[in-house]
Ligand binder design. Sequence first.
Ligand SMILES: Cc1cc2nc3c(=O)[nH]c(=O)nc-3n(C[C@H](O)[C@H](O)[C@H](O)COP(=O)(O)OP(=O)(O)OC[C@H]3O[C@@H](n4cnc5c(N)ncnc54)[C@H](O)[C@@H]3O)c2cc1C
Length: 311
Amino acid sequence: MTANFDVIVVGGGVAGLSACLMLSRCALKVLCIDSGKPCNSSVNHTHTFLTQEGSSASAIRDISRNQIEQYKKVEFYSGTVDDIEKLSPNQFKLRVNGNNYFITSQIVIASGVTDLLEESKIANLDKFWGHSVSSFAFSDGYDYKDKRAALINSLPGCVSEIAPLTSYFSKELTVMTNGGFDKNESDLSITNECEKNGVDVIHKEIKSLNGQGRKLKEVEFTDGSKFELDVIYYYPPFKVNGEEYLKKLGVEFCPELNLIKTDSMQKTNVPGICAAGDACTIIRSIPGSVAQGSFAGAVSAKTLFVEMWNK
Ligand SMILES: Cc1cc2nc3c(=O)[nH]c(=O)nc-3n(C[C@H](O)[C@H](O)[C@H](O)COP(=O)(O)OP(=O)(O)OC[C@H]3O[C@@H](n4cnc5c(N)ncnc54)[C@H](O)[C@@H]3O)c2cc1C
């Protein structure tokens, strides 16, 4: 199967849907290819997105998709893009689920990231993820203002960037280095920073998280000791979905974060490819992804309009 489209949007999360909505109003022939695994699938209540405060992540996507489906030039296809090939300066071929091919001149990459929870080696982390284990202090911190919280030092710069927020959003914050304390300059500065702010640091390795249902009760360390708390802030390592074929295509990634590099117009370094949402930003949020998706859609459409004008 091969079909041609003006724009193909890879990913049907909020960033991709927002691009589709903009493109639907441009009356272009659009295909949104989505594998149906958004990063926030476990979340029953999302926060900070205007008009949708408290709505589930799936409700936001369902409403958006229903509204977009009123525009008949936008089509949805369930599947995973597994390769993108550049046929000519303004023509790409996308391979989906092994043997379906789609041709387009503009692509919006909105396929997000995969959070690599298993890399933490902390048992039960996935069970509490999106509930009492959070990466989103601005969305979730409000609900834990009077509770005991821990911040796991999982990424470089995590404590200096995140401890000020999580400390504000909790009655008592503890930093956990999860056995990764090295007594090097950067680790010692974490301890000093915490000490200065009255925050305890625990260096023990975490074995598992225990609790009831999705509600966290305690952290269990490998030495058998336990620590009671209500919420954990944890920033897992992640991987941009489609990283391999995007890099093969020549799409540039930021070296420090391994996210797609875009300019202020959401364009990547490859002409004809824009990116939006979690795949290109470390500050992950629904409103931010929606804004970027909308912009990426408009920029892709404008590129086509200019080409038509100059023909
Ligand atoms: C647990 C959790 C809670 C959160 N809570 C909030 C909150 O309360 N408020 C807030 O503002 N933000 C919240 N966020 C952040 C927010 O959900 C994300 O920033 C936002 O969903 C990113 O949108 P996206 O479209 O870029 O990616 P996603 O929503 O992850 O969507 C990407 C889509 O692309 C698809 N895809 C991936 N690879 C391919 C491929 N190769 N081919 C085709 N399709 C593909 C996926 O299946 C998925 O459907 C939360 C995130 C998490 C993980």
